[in-house]
Design a protein around this ligand. Structure first.
Ligand SMILES: *Cc1c(COP(=O)(O)O)cnc(C)c1O
Length: 386
């Protein structure tokens, strides 16, 4: 049998390994010149003024909440279809989460689902709305920004799925991470994401005060005032050790240089999937693409009518696995997690539930061959159509 295709994986070449080896031979293992170089290259790539590297995507979200001074009892809105960390960052600072529903065909928070969530904030103070560019397709940021602003809040894009993705309105192209509509955008370089550093994250912003605060909070809340004695540092507030080491920034720089190639490969594989999966409708349809979205897909999500196929999702997952096709579920609705159910009670978010009932993430990563897509689709036809 052919090798197992995972749902996602990193692409590491010899030159990535050489870049890390070079960092290991240098004077700096933790904070050195590669941190700033990676930040500068990342800011330029996404079109933001500032980029602040940090330990991982979860730390990026935590730093964003801290930089906004989100306080206990205040409210943050997050979609229910996302990774746990999008909601958890509110709890890290003692804020409460109001879960927004999602469009069951895209998995995205929409102006409608955000409006519904806004009506559940009550007389509490809303500070931030966290749209997730689920799978790599982009949320409708201009409309979400307007709604958030009308409630006195800003957007913080949780963008680990969408490095390289854009929004297009007429002739205007807005890159994810350029913060045209948000206070900040957060990224992750976990191995399944578009570029990998192992653990790693980034926050982008156009606001110099936020950038400075993020840098301070990522390193214990310390500053070194200009003109101070050479040993002098001060701690005006408590921060964390959320730094990204030079070794990993070396890998990040090397990976970022390949983003165009990775993106082109992801686009080509996604196009092939769309073409090959078309005959399986209506039993299976790829997640829908909004009009404005110009995605570099992180996940290839199929929405499957399992009852119509006469199989449970577990049976399908196991039958695909037996054929060498790895899959994953993105995501279990976060509002149904025991911690949140205990805190907020049972919520009725029908879009999130409908998405969850149908979603199945198929293998998608730059190292896949065209024939691998054919193999996945043939396995699906056998398992669903048989
Ligand atoms: C991966 C991911 C995170 C967390 O990133 P880590 O680097 O694993 O901490 C947060 N939000 C979303 C949407 C993600 O996909």
């Amino acid at each position: 049998m052919a090798a197992m295709l995972p749902y996602g994986r990193q692409s590491i070449d010899e030159d990535d390994i050489a870049a890390v080896a070079e960092a290991l031979r240098s004077d700096f293992l933790t904070t050195g010149p590669r941190v700033e170089a990676f930040e500068a290259a990342f800011a330029q790539t996404v079109g933001a003024r500032h980029a602040v590297a940090c330990a991982n995507g979860t730390a990026a979200l935590h730093l964003a909440m801290l930089a906004l001074d989100v306080q206990p009892g205040e409210v943050v809105i997050a979609p229910s279809i996302t990774f746990l960390a999008t909601a958890n960052c509110a709890r890290f600072v003692g804020a409460e989460v109001v879960f927004a529903d999602v469009d069951p065909l895209t998995g995205l928070m929409t102006p409608e689902t955000l409006s519904q969530a806004l009506s559940r904030v009550g007389d509490r103070r809303l500070r931030a709305v966290l749209p997730v560019h689920m799978r790599g397709d982009t949320a409708e940021l201009p409309a979400l920004e307007a709604l958030a602003a009308s409630a006195g809040a800003v957007l913080v894009e949780d963008a680990p799925h969408a490095l390289g993705s854009a929004l297009r309105f007429g002739n205007s192209v807005e890159r994810v991470g350029d913060c045209a509509h948000s206070a900040m955008a957060t990224f992750s370089f976990h191995p399944v994401k578009t570029i990998a550093t192992g653990e790693g994250g980034m926050v982008t912003t156009n606001d110099p005060a936020l950038a400075e605060r993020l840098r301070r909070l990522r390193s214990h809340g310390m500053i070194r005032p200009e003109g101070g004695d050479p040993w002098w540092y001060e701690m005006p507030e408590v921060g964390f050790n959320y730094r990204l080491p030079d070794i990993l920034c070396a890998l990040g720089l090397s990976q970022l240089a390949k983003l165009d190639r990775f993106a082109a490969r992801r686009r080509a594989l996604a196009a092939r999937y769309h073409e090959r999966l078309a005959p399986l409708a209506p039993l299976l349809r790829p997640a829908a693409r909004p009009d404005w979205s110009d995605p570099v897909l992180h996940l290839m999500v199929a929405l499957i009518d399992f009852p119509a196929a006469g199989k449970t999702r577990r049976e399908v997952v196991e039958a695909l696995k037996a054929r060498g096709v790895g899959t994953q579920i993105h995501y279990i609705p976060v509002h149904t997690q025991p911690y949140y159910r205990e805190r907020y009670g049972a919520l009725d978010l029908p879009g999130a539930n409908a998405w969850y009932e149908r979603c199945l993430s198929l293998p998608l990563y730059p190292g896949m061959a065209d024939e691998d897509v054919n193999r996945v689709v043939e396995a699906l036809i056998e398992v669903l159509g048989g």
